[in-house]
Structure formats: structure tokens, C-alpha cells
Design a protein around this ligand. Structure first.
Ligand code: DSN
Length: 431
């Protein structure tokens, strides 16, 4: 692939550097992953040339008969993965999927509830610096201060008080599973719509390894590039009515109309123009991989790895928010280590270990400094690392965190990291 960049030396250098960085770093950002060469090839295919505003069979442009096949396949595969009634694969990102849903279900000024950003929620779940907090009255629900986990009574009390039109479930930095049936009960009691943004755990939900929001939520969004291990992008899904054990009351009667017309037209022309057909084809490839038997082993290993890493960090005297993890990530509370999240992220970066600073629940530091870091296992699991490597990684992280200014320690850890990475080849086809 790189040979086609040889006529542009500046770009060639950048592309080579990034391949090398990905090969030689422990990638522990919970929202990142490494796509297969098949996904990469589809994302880099000639479908990038095609304008296809509209939907399959109903485009605004001629010549769409081939890209229609790619989009139809992406939709069919995605529906199969999640046993969904409806899927839209056009959102360019998770944020745009969320925007399409919020703009469909709410009018400006309406109230909705989402997990507070500083307790693990996402920007598009009501942050004041995002459209979701600016167009709507967004109320954040906190975690329980003692358990650092979801507290359904807190949610219910806020629903009672604020009478929101919508409750959003899902998070960017929450290490526990969600009980969507409890949220459904609350939503039904107060006649509120229920949505899930399952972007982070979608790959594990796909294989039945975490609770599935589709039977309980009116609508579900996801990104495709996290645990689903596809190209960067978003999707919108609606589950099947008959699969819903509790009977979704809120959208009944209107659901088919909502599915086929309202969400589709809110994505395009509501907020987007031409879909990225190369990315849609790459989504289809990734969904094919998720449907394969081997993906279940991968998803199981992500969880095993996260548990081992979290347990080992606890042994090394780290505080893990909520005491552990059910999914692919953990939040490390660094308050007993005399280092901020920001300083830890920087020191680890020097040792080729990539994490992100993250607020912990009830954090006293600003979002730019933070008291914690978020660590996830999806990308390193893709490289083939298992429990044994997770123990080594915990040790390497610890060496840096307790010696953040010791250049010799950092240099030695970096050597160990590069050595470890070399045993798990990545994109060797590209170099
Ligand atoms: N930025 C993503 C994450 O890191 O969780 C969420 O969109």
C-alpha cells in the first residue's frame, strides 16, 4: 500500500512513522483497536470516489448499483449480529449517530438524562460544550459515591424530578455492565424514551458476553471502530418488538415509521450529505468478521485480559474505580500514588505505553489534569496478547507511575515494551 505514497515523501514519512508507532507501542486506549487488512483494504478502496446521497435503491445520483450492494450487505450483516429490525450504517461517527437520534426524538429545549461526563458519560450525552448540552436541557446522573457504580434509585429520583423525554444509557469510561431492564422499568413508569449508546462494549454484546440493550431500548447507537474492530464510524439500530420481553410502550405504533423514515432522513439529509461508501464497505467487512466464530474467542479474551490487568494492578496497590471490571476497561484512581492522570499519561507515553488521563467519579481535579487514567484491552488483545502479557503490562505501568521522572527507568521500560510488542507482529504486510 505504501508504494503508492512514494511520490509524496512528506506523507510517506508520516504514514511510516504511524505504522511504526502502532507496532512499537502498548496501545491501551479503551476506544481504539487494530483493523484487519481486509477492513483496511475496503476503507482504502475506490468506493471513496462515489457520491451516493440517499439510500439503497433511492439515491440522488446515478451509478450507485454497486455501492448499493455494499450498503445492503453492511445492513444485513449488522442486523444479523444484533438480531435487529432496523439498521442505519451511514453515520460518519458515533457522535453523528447520537445527534441523529437526539434530533429525531427531542425538540430543542426538551429535557433528557445521561450519565455525567465526569462519571464516565460521553460528550454527546449532555456535556455543556457539546450540541447535546446546548440544544437540550441535559441532566447528568451520577454514580453512587460508595460503590462507584450505577444507582438505579438515583436515576429514578432524577427522572421523577425532571420528567425527561429521554434517558440515555451507555458510557465511555464505565467498567461495569448495565441492567437495561431496570432502566426500561423506570422509562415505562415515567413514560420516557430509552436509548443506549453501546459504542464501547458493542463487540462483547454482539457475542452475548455483556447485557444486550436492544430488547429494552427504543433505539441503540454504536461506533464501529472500538470493540467491533471496524473502520471509524457510527450506526443506529432498533431491536425487534417481539424480542422485547417487557413490551416497549413508548414508540409503539410509530416504530415502523420511526425506523424506515424518521431516523434515515434525520441522518441524511438531516445532518449528513453523501455517505462514505468506502467506509460503509469496510463496515460490512468488519461485520462479517464479527459474525465469524473466532470473534467470540477474541471478545472473551478482551474481558479476561481486562480482569487480569485490573487484578494485577490491585495487587500492586492501585485503586480501581468500582473495585474492578466486567468489560474491556478499567479506571485507575491515582490519588494514592501522588501523580495526576495528566502526568501519568505523559510519563507512560515516554515509555511507549498509550493510555488517556480520565476523571474519576467525584474527581477534585479538572478534566485537563484528572486523578485517573483509563486503560482498555481491545487493541492488545487483537495483537494476540493474553493473561501472561497483561501481568507484564501491569508491572511496566507500575514502574513508570512510581518513577515518573526517572529517565533511566522510563528508557528501560520502553525497551521492554518494544521487545514485548515485537513478539506480537502487527501490520507486517505494510513494512
Ligand atoms: N472518544 C471516545 C472514547 O475514547 O471513549 C468516545 O467517543
Amino acid at each position: 500500500m505504501l508504494k503508492y505514497l512514494e511520490n509524496d515523501k512528506e506523507i510517506l514519512e508520516i504514514a511510516k512513522k504511524e505504522i511504526l508507532r502502532q507496532q512499537n507501542n502498548l496501545e491501551l486506549i479503551a476506544s481504539e483497536n487494530f483493523v484487519s487488512m481486509s477492513v483496511l483494504s475496503a476503507a482504502g478502496s475506490v468506493l471513496t470516489n462515489k457520491y451516493a446521497e440517499g439510500y439503497s435503491g433511492k439515491r440522488y445520483y446515478g451509478g450507485c448499483e454497486v455501492v448499493d450492494m455494499a450498503e445492503d450487505l453492511a445492513i444485513d450483516r449488522l442486523k444479523k449480529i444484533f438480531n435487529a429490525e432496523y439498521a442505519n450504517v451511514q453515520p460518519h461517527s458515533g457522535s453523528q449517530a447520537n445527534m441523529a437520534v437526539l434530533m429525531t426524538l427531542l425538540k430543542p429545549g426538551d429535557t433528557f438524562l445521561g450519565l455525567s461526563l465526569d462519571h464516565g458519560g460521553h460528550l454527546t450525552h449532555g456535556s455543556p460544550v457539546n450540541f447535546s448540552g446546548q440544544l437540550y436541557k441535559a441532566i447528568g446522573y451520577p454514580l453512587n459515591k460508595d460503590t462507584q457504580q450505577l444507582d438505579y434509585d438515583i436515576v429514578e429520583n432524577l427522572v421523577k424530578e425532571h420528567k425527561p423525554k429521554l434517558i440515555i444509557t451507555g458510557a465511555s469510561a464505565y467498567s461495569r455492565d448495565w441492567d437495561y431492564s431496570k432502566f426500561r422499568e423506570i422509562a415505562d413508569r415515567y413514560n420516557t424514551l430509552l436509548m443506549c449508546d453501546m459504542a464501547h462494549p458493542a463487540g462483547m454484546i454482539a457475542k452475548g458476553l455483556l447485557n444486550n440493550p436492544l430488547p429494552y431500548c427504543d433505539v441503540v447507537t454504536s461506533t464501529t471502530h472500538k470493540t467491533l474492530r471496524g473502520p471509524r464510524g457510527g450506526v443506529i439500530l432498533i431491536g425487534k418488538d417481539k424480542e422485547n420481553p417487557m413490551g416497549i410502550k413508548t414508540l409503539k405504533g410509530d416504530r415502523l415509521k420511526m425506523m424506515s423514515e424518521v431516523f434515515d432522513s434525520q441522518v441524511m439529509p438531516g445532518i449528513q450529505g453523501g455517505p462514505l461508501m468506502h467506509i460503509i464497505m469496510a463496515k460490512a467487512v468488519a461485520f462479517g468478521e464479527v459474525l465469524s466464530e473466532s470473534f467470540k474467542g477474541y471478545a472473551q479474551q478482551i474481558k479476561k485480559n481486562a480482569k487480569v490487568l485490573s487484578d494485577k494492578l490491585i495487587k500492586l496497590d492501585y485503586k480501581i474505580v468500582s473495585g474492578g471490571t466486567d468489560n474491556h476497561l478499567m479506571l485507575v484512581d491515582l490519588t494514592n500514588k501522588n501523580i495526576s492522570g495528566k502526568a501519568a499519561e505523559k510519563a507512560l507515553e515516554k515509555a511507549n505505553i498509550t493510555v488517556n488521563k480520565n476523571m474519576i467519579p467525584f474527581d477534585t481535579k479538572s478534566p485537563f489534569v484528572t486523578s485517573g487514567i483509563r486503560i482498555g484491552t481491545p487493541a492488545m488483545t487483537t495483537r494476540g496478547m493474553k493473561e501472561q502479557e497483561m501481568e507484564i503490562i501491569a508491572d511496566l505501568i507500575n514502574q513508570v507511575i512510581v518513577n515518573p521522572e526517572n529517565e533511566t527507568v522510563i528508557e528501560n521500560v520502553k525497551k521492554d515494551v518494544i521487545n514485548l510488542c515485537s513478539k506480537f507482529p502487527l501490520y507486517s504486510e505494510l513494512t
